[in-house]
Design a protein around this ligand. Structure first.
Ligand code: ZN
Length: 174
């Protein structure tokens, strides 16, 4: 089931999400819903707070090549345990901040530990787009958005645009 994605500014996007104590069927269903929502958007990552759920769960799939096998990942309680000194700049976007893109600099490589949908501990080192995406999504769990890395003036401009967009969307619905 697809879920509506919250648009910034929203207080639910600024909250620190709670750890998931154990993986229930309900949480597995939430992960499936989030993957469906992400692919439909389309996007390469989505965090639970973006669908209004304050839990430490992210989903991602950064396979972009046409015809390549998809790699849907659901990570519960993901933590960055190591990152490279080398940094990388990517033009980032966010499903909660539609049609806004900006360069963000982050570590080029990160090692992440998480619990998978079967409750098993996982650990993997990501680079390239995967590294950027996983850091962006984990930020969401701490109430942080990619625009928080930008200069205040730019951030305020984007926020104003989003307030306007939300007003327009609300008007369309009414
Ligand atoms: Zn995002």
């Amino acid at each position: 089931m697809k879920r509506p994605i919250l648009i910034h500014p929203d207080p639910r996007l600024k909250k620190v999400a709670d750890a998931v104590p154990d993986i229930s069927d309900e949480l597995r269903a939430l992960a499936d819903d989030m993957l469906e929502t992400m692919y439909a958007a389309p996007g390469i990552g989505l965090a639970a707070p973006q669908v209004g759920i304050g839990r430490r769960l992210i989903v991602l799939d950064c396979i972009k090549e046409e015809g390549a096998e998809p790699r849907p990942l659901a990570m519960f309680n993901p933590v960055v345990v190591a990152c490279s000194d080398e940094r990388n700049v990517y033009e980032e976007g966010c499903l909660s901040i539609p049609e806004i893109y900006a360069d963000v600099e982050r570590p080029a490589e990160v090692t992440v530990e998480w619990v998978d949908r079967d409750g098993a501990a996982q650990r993997e080192t990501f680079d390239g787009l995967w590294a950027t995406c996983v850091q962006h999504e984990i930020d969401h769990l701490d109430g942080k958005l990619f625009i928080d890395y930008l200069r205040p003036l730019k951030r305020q401009m984007i926020t104003r645009k989003m307030v306007k967009l939300k007003r327009e969307l609300a008007r369309e619905k009414a």
